[in-house]
Design a protein around this ligand. Structure first.
Ligand SMILES: [Zn+2]
Length: 397
């Protein structure tokens, strides 16, 4: 563990490395505006899974990774050394654009497995010796522990908090309840890896000041990053991005430019966006195209008995007070488990009635709602929050 931390510090997190990434690597990754040939057909994960070699292109040294997928089969992805450098550059230059110090103190709330002493003093974090990162467990944030998390952050005073949206939203929700705000010089909270609603972003902003979201995917064909106007700008030095419209909306299709180990041309991310601006300038000064919102995968939906798909159900929880988190799980066509974590001292009957009313407006009367009250919502193996879980039997029905 100590050796890994040392390597991390040596290769990724010292002043010299950060300087090189920020000031010199821009020449390694010039913007290529040559349009991708429209003759190339659009490919996606299933076409790669069924192709020989799974899309691996060369015999060059490559680092293996996996695309995550909760309901789908994971895809093995291959990254060249240049692609690995690019990924780091894209984050470090993002930090530079927000004026994060050259050697930031970083607190991490991103699915880290921390050994917790549950019967002792409740330590849910660990500080790395070389990199100085404060790794905090994103699995233990609760009504009884959140004050300890906030106190630890106040003591550590990070320049940056790297977080999953669900983890920082949960912490912000509890913090707001006691009117707590980050009062040290925190450059920003940086989030990625989960969809992040505008409402939750606003909540995190109220508590922690700044929050900037990064959108990417394991296939590394598109990166979009938020500016101070909260627009998601395309990183044109990362890849070439197209926005393709279909009957469900506008989705992101990307072609990587710097990964010879797995060349992906016109790869469909299946992620949808909202509010595309191709030629309206953003007041932040970044001329790259931007979108208002990343909606994410369209697979977080419930299937009704009549076959219709109801997605984006987070709107059903708008205006509901007294609710910490909520998750829907569909195991049968005609019944849905509503798993909820209420706030302390919340009248459960009132809460259930409010949620049931809202859900009925979207799901109709032919679905039974089975409420389960719990202290926490379990995360995936990677520590991510899922707002909707649909069992495989429903998909194949
Ligand atoms: Zn902007």
């Amino acid at each position: 563990m100590l050796f890994k931390d040392f390597l991390w510090w040596l290769l990724k997190e010292n002043r010299l490395v950060n300087f090189l990434y920020r000031e010199c690597f821009v020449y390694l990754f010039p913007v290529n505006k040559q349009p991708v040939s429209a003759d190339a057909g659009i490919i996606d994960k299933s076409s790669l899974l069924s192709s020989a070699g799974g899309g691996k292109s060369t015999r060059l040294p490559a680092i293996k990774g996996y695309s995550s997928g909760t309901t789908n089969q994971p895809l093995t992805v291959y990254r060249s050394i240049k692609s690995v450098l690019l990924e780091e550059y894209i984050i470090k230059s993002f930090y530079k654009s927000i004026a994060v110090p050259l050697r930031p103190r970083i607190a991490v709330l991103r699915g880290e497995q921390i050994k917790v002493n549950t019967d002792g003093d409740g330590i849910y974090w660990r500080q790395q010796f070389f990199s100085k990162r404060l790794l905090m467990s994103s699995y233990h944030i609760s009504q009884s522990s959140f004050r300890a998390y906030l106190a630890a952050l106040e003591t550590y005073k990070p320049d940056v908090i790297m977080a999953y949206p669900s983890a920082i939203t949960l912490l912000a929700k509890f913090a707001k309840g006691i009117s707590w705000q980050a009062r040290w010089k925190l450059s920003a909270v940086f989030t990625s890896s989960e969809s992040f609603s505008k409402e939750n972003q606003q909540l995190v902003r109220e508590v922690f000041g700044n929050v900037f979201d990064h959108y990417g995917q394991a296939e590394r064909v598109a990166a979009l990053q938020q500016c101070r106007q909260q627009h998601y700008h395309v990183r044109e030095d990362y890849s070439q991005v197209e926005f393709i419209e279909d009957e469900h909306g506008i989705r992101i299709v990307g072609s990587n430019l710097h990964n010879k180990a797995m060349v992906l041309t016109r790869y469909d991310t299946k992620d949808y966006i909202k509010g595309l601006s191709l030629d309206i300038a953003c007041s932040c000064g970044n001329p790259a195209p931007y979108v208002e919102q990343i909606l994410g995968r369209d697979d977080d939906y419930i299937i009704l008995p009549d076959g219709s798909h109801i997605g984006r159900l987070d709107v059903a929880f708008k205006g509901i007070t007294g609710l910490v988190e909520c998750q829907l799980e569909q195991r049968a066509l005609d019944s849905i488990i509503v798993r909820m974590v209420p706030e302390k001292a919340q009248d459960i009957h009132v809460l259930k009635a409010g949620i049931a009313d809202n859900l009925r407006a979207y799901l109709g009367e032919n679905v039974t709602l089975v409420f389960q009250v719990s202290d926490e919502i379990p995360r995936t193996a990677a520590g991510k929050f899922q707002s909707v879980i649909r069992s495989k039997d429903i998909d194949s029905a």
